[in-house]
Design a binder for this molecule. Sequence first.
Ligand SMILES: *[C@@H]1O[C@H](CO)[C@@H](O)[C@H](O)[C@H]1NC(C)=O
Ligand SMILES: *[C@@H]1O[C@H](CO)[C@@H](O)[C@H](O)[C@H]1NC(C)=O
Length: 152
Amino acid sequence: MAPSINIPIALLIAFTAMSLQPSPSAAFSFPPIVPCIPGLPRIPLFPCYEPPPQPAPPKEPTECRSHLMNMMPCAGFLTNTSVTAPSATCCDGFTRVAHEGAAICYCRVVNGDIGQLFPAPMNFTRMFALDTACSAPFQLRALAKHCDTGAP
Ligand SMILES: *[C@@H]1O[C@H](CO)[C@@H](O)[C@H](O)[C@H]1NC(C)=O
Ligand SMILES: *[C@@H]1O[C@H](CO)[C@@H](O)[C@H](O)[C@H]1NC(C)=O
């Protein structure tokens, strides 16, 4: 990261740390042990601390199923040994998931959830070969590292 990004964060942390310490010239007050509650007035002897900002929730489409439906044409290649290559329709649908901004939904592919949409068990070897077979500009194995292993 560039230093120009780090410096304001460092200053912010330093300033926050300073504001938590009672200044020597200030009258005695208890250390802040309770978070500030928005909308409530501050009590002088009982300083509160600003609660840390909550981390943003992971950006996930609420419904992956509609995106995964793009990959239904892949069912043959992914479940049927006689089908030796993914069709163009399959590859189009496979890459469309990413084009729809739903790349997180590939987690439902690599963890096998998408197999529920298929009439036969999915061949995971073929699934992980789909990116190369479809000349996709990403690798499912690399994406899989960012997926929760215990995804429901
Ligand atoms: C598997 O694919 C072959 C060749 O396309 C097809 O003839 C056969 O019906 C398929 N089997 C199933 C179970 O879909
Ligand atoms: C899965 O696909 C791979 C690659 O096509 C094949 O070698 C393997 O036999 C398949 N496994 C099953 C259980 O059909």
